[in-house]
Design a protein. Structure first.
Length: 121
């Protein structure tokens, strides 16, 4: 039977033996850092772009990508294997989403990496 035939919107049924775990966040600073390097993220409001630069040494860029959406950036980073560390990819996705919101609504929000969105009043 195909997936479409079995899928019922809004219905969730647990199978026997299904793990039932409440999701809880972890502090991003308590886990092992990505040995591939770290990313610097910023937005360019004039060009309408989110920019991401990976550094292996202190602020020396080894990989650079840019795009208009969080999805495009994450897809590129995964495709190019800039990092394969799951926690790092999760962190980047959250940061790119914030950057995309700030880019889409510059009159409402500003973006600074590792900070909550800044309300522009």
């Amino acid at each position: 039977m195909e997936y479409k035939e079995k899928y019922v919107p809004g219905k969730i049924e647990k199978i026997p033996g299904c793990k039932d775990i409440e999701a809880t966040p972890e502090d991003d600073m308590t886990h092992e850092l990505d040995t591939a390097g770290y990313f610097l993220i910023k937005i360019d409001k004039e060009k309408g772009l989110i920019e991401a630069a990976m550094c292996k040494e202190y602020n020396k860029i080894s990989f650079y990508t840019y795009g208009k959406t969080a999805k495009a950036l994450i897809d590129t980073i995964i495709r190019e294997k800039a990092t394969t560390h799951a926690r790092h990819i999760s962190y980047l996705a959250r940061e790119f989403e914030k950057a995309e919101i700030a880019l889409k609504y510059p009159e409402l929000f500003g973006y600074v990496q590792d900070s909550p969105l800044i309300k522009m009043t």
